[in-house]
Design a protein. Structure first.
Ligand code: ATP
Length: 510
């Protein structure tokens, strides 16, 4: 088994053991691609939400918030194109009985070839050192050129098949590229079918009067239909943005990557409304801003990259993903899309109501263009968990599992630990715990030897352990033990709160 697949397994079992994530309805053998967040998971998830919200809404004067409902008028989804076009190409393998997204099979084929190319480039780089010209090497090395041609052929043929809605040629491409079922190795494929990803349900009390509605597959449409309500009530002038965090539902075809692809998930989306003609400039600005936000996490910067879309969605004039290096490869973490005036114009058409902005300076009235940033909260959670979880060898031949989460995201900012439960230390410790609680999310633990308690806090990512010992009773100071360096130092009891805020408050990381 590869290191990466071991790492992924370790992340999944750690998430369960330490109360971050459980399979939904586990006692009934689970519900596929649906997950629950446990006590530590919900804290981390809420902190990610808060970090996104604060950096988006609190720190940007030109962005306001919204919390729109999950259920919307069914015409919304006709207008947005989801009823007719929110489909994935589905293919089954007759032998393994597994179901795949045909486009993902092609993407995986491409990723394999890319990885071969990258290996060859890395080898040449280390051989030739400083004199190595990577661009020239990629353009002239016969094996790389041949492999690159294979990639270009696969991607351009797939694009044509999807553009033409030609599912027969799409299947022929899979056969031609000799793509096998990654699990069974079989090439016994069915035809490709389009599959709509929206969940439907009905609204209304009796069967005659009830009608079909959908669980929203994205939060964005709640923002578009409220564009004028928000603009007028908040008296915002264009350019301005509306941000929202909320649940979305998609009946995903493949759902085998833990919380990477779920059927019920959360999105953090921001729609930025701009004057037509300025969208390109804003798109570039938001691309940069979002990448900077990810880098605030302090993880390896090489684990993030942009991927510009070759195939644009029907509503977009530019689009890219911020990809993160998950244990199963670089995959989309966030999408940034220049959505033109498509959505607002469609809602105008289907509702018969004007969704226009009057520019008080130029005296023009127009349908604004939109630049969207859309990130999956659960995918963000998974990226934080995979980048943070580390196994370290310690001096005395022992190991520790430590979650090196950014301090401002950790489920608890600190743990208060009495060295022993007697001699008044527990009481002193409880006093500090109660004093800190209104200001910081802190936990306490008095069971087991202090070393084991440190390990438990390391495993859930608590950045600071505060130990109350016999000296505390004498000199009114405590030991701070830092998660990452395991460094220990004394801090005066009266300074504990300020010290903790300095080490963990998100404002210090901006
Ligand atoms: P993918 O290509 O992976 O299916 P997408 O391009 O359909 O994603 P968008 O519609 O752009 O995704 O949604 C925006 C963000 O929502 C994605 O970047 C991702 O982080 C998140 N997201 C989308 N689908 C899921 C899902 N099924 N489970 C978890 N997060 C998701």
């Amino acid at each position: 088994m590869s290191d990466n697949s071991n790492k992924f397994k370790q992340v999944i079992s750690h998430a369960k053991e330490y109360g971050f994530i459980f399979q939904s309805s586990e006692i009934y053998d689970g519900l596929s691609a649906v997950y629950d967040y446990g006590p530590n998971g919900v804290e981390l998830k809420n902190n990610i939400k808060r970090f996104w919200w604060d950096s988006m809404v609190r720190m940007n004067h030109d962005i306001v918030g919204l919390d729109s409902s999950i259920l919307m008028h069914p015409k919304t989804w006709k207008a947005s194109g989801h009823v007719d076009a929110f489909n994935d190409p589905l293919i089954d393998n007759r032998d393994s009985k597994y179901r795949y997204r045909a486009d993902v099979l092609i993407e995986d084929y491409v990723a394999k070839i890319e990885s071969k190319i990258n290996k060859q480039v890395d080898k040449a780089k280390s051989k030739f050192g400083d004199s190595f010209d990577e661009k020239l090497f990629r353009e002239t090395n016969p094996r790389i050129v041949e492999n690159q041609q294979k990639i270009d052929y696969a991607l351009s043929t797939m694009k044509k098949c999807l553009d033409d809605d030609d599912l027969v040629s799409f299947k022929n491409l899979i056969i031609e590229l000799d793509i096998k079922d990654p699990i069974s190795g079989s090439k016994n494929w069915t035809d490709i079918k389009q599959f709509n990803l929206m969940f439907s349900t009905s609204i209304g009390a009796n069967s005659e009067s009830s009608s079909e509605i959908y669980l929203r597959p994205e939060t964005a449409q709640g923002i578009f239909v409220n564009f004028l309500n928000v603009q007028k009530s908040s008296r915002k002038k264009i350019p301005f943005g509306i941000a929202q965090i909320g649940k979305a539902f998609r009946n995903e075809i493949i759902a085998r990557q833990f919380i990477f692809r779920m059927r019920e998930f959360e999105q953090m989306e921001m729609q930025f409304f701009v004057k037509p003609g300025t969208q390109k400039e804003w798109y570039e600005k938001w691309k940069e801003k979002r990448m900077q936000w990810h880098k605030l996490m302090g993880f390896n910067e090489k684990d993030y990259r942009f991927h510009d879309h070759d195939k644009l969605a029907h509503y977009a004039d530019a689009a890219c993903d911020i990809e993160f290096k998950f244990p199963f490869g670089f995959k989309e973490l966030e999408g940034i899309h220049s959505r033109t005036d498509f959505d607002l114009s469609q809602h105008e058409k289907f509702s018969g109501k004007k969704l226009r902005y009057f520019d008080p300076e130029s005296k023009e009235t127009y349908v604004p263009y939109v630049v969207e940033t859309s990130i999956g909260l659960d995918r963000m959670f998974l990226s934080v968990l995979t980048a943070s979880l580390q196994e370290e060898n310690l001096q005395n031949d022992t190991k520790r599992l430590v979650l090196k989460i950014p301090a401002f995201l950790a489920p608890f900012q600190a743990a208060v630990l009495p060295l022993v439960k007697k001699d008044g230390l527990e009481e002193k410790s409880n006093e500090l715990y109660e004093n800190l609680r209104p200001f910081l999310n802190v936990t306490k633990d008095e069971k087991d030897a202090i070393g084991r308690r440190y390990r438990r806090q390391d495993a859930i990512g608590t950045p600071v352990c505060i130990t109350i010992d016999h000296d505390t009773l004498m000199d009114n100071s405590v030991t701070f033990r830092l998660r990452d360096s395991m460094e220990q130092y004394r801090v005066d009891l009266n300074s504990v709160r300020d010290e903790l805020l300095k080490l963990t408050n998100f404002a210090n990381f901006l």
